[in-house]
Design a protein around this ligand. Sequence first.
Ligand SMILES: Cc1ncc(COP(=O)(O)O)c(C=O)c1O
Length: 412
Amino acid sequence: MAIPRQRIRLPKSAWWSAFRGMLRGDLWDGPDIQRFESAFADAIGAADAVAVPSGRAGFRFLFAGLQLEPGSEVICSAFGYPIVPFLVKSLGYDLKFVDCEMQTLGMDPVALEASISDRTQAVIATHLYGVPCQIREIAELCKSHNAALIEDCAHCFGASVGSQKVGTFGDGGCFSFETSKVINTMGGGMVTVRDSDLGKRVRDAGNQEPRNGMRWLARRLLKTSFEAAVTNPILFNLGVYPALRLAPRGRDGEDRFASGYHGDEVSMAGKMGRYTNYQARLGFKQMKAAAKQNERRTANAERLISQLRDKATFQEPAGPDVRPNYMLVTTLMPNLREVADQLLRVGIDSKHLYMRDCSRMFDKTAEFPNAARAEREALHLPAHPQLSAEQIDSVAAKVAAVLADQSSIVAT
Ligand SMILES: Cc1ncc(COP(=O)(O)O)c(C=O)c1O
């Protein structure tokens, strides 16, 4: 049986709960939002948490709450999710990039130190794929330059550095509850803050959004049901895997299905509105179960990495007291396309081009060599928590065989 790159689950009783919410009249408003927010703040160790309609909307509300002056300098890592720098730019800030480092693939504190100045009003540090970046060092630099620190925790619910959970090192943290994330409420997110006044301003910004309606809810349910179906092992093997094998490359040789089975847009479309009581109910339940899921995900990731560490380079945590959640297992493959193609042939679906060297989207002459390399080489192997130890061993054996084959091609 071929193994899909990720497994997306339809939240338990999503359809039934929507139906009940309709009958009870508490789909949009109700006590579950506040219950989820306060449980989330407790779980992270933040002063407050505000539920938002998406991770990107969380950034927008957080910027509104931070009240930076127009034109303020905001620094992002060159390697990351494109919507974040696009949003910074669209809000009228002076966007500046620094390079990433190759261990965690997060912002390089040495590069930040060389770039941060008293002009810098905010820094956005992203914890990629479930592995925290060097946030302690970044937080120190922000503190000494009096710059606000925002953590992008879209991938990192539950991960920690020392005794602290990510999302508590800066002024604010943004989590995403999109379908592929650790908590999946079919969209949505959470902003954590350390100052309750900032939390209030974020909440006020969110409350100005209009309510979503039944069409929106139906679309979210259908989209998530579709994703759950195509990543279900049986349906994946019956339809998606053969289709991926046959799929022609795009005109420029780019694999259209590299990062997902359908397009991922750099846009705010469908990502605004208000977070719903219905989603909060789904999120609260999943949050309670997330520690166990993260344990399984981490066990699978560590099992896979330990079998391949001497054969490939992996994204790794930056110290023994860093606890990742391994939302994705990430290797760096110099000949990524060939490896991905060969893996697919032997039944291992993998993912790449999820994050980008964002600097190149704004300035074709920008040079951030680590970000460029990370975009070229980051390949995500399947290690989701639903895979058994035998399946992980089989992924490891197949990856090892493909790598051996590749090195014999290079040698001849
Ligand atoms: C690193 C990162 N930041 C931010 C976001 C935006 O989250 P959302 O899609 O909930 O707006 C994503 C989404 O995948 C992401 O991967």
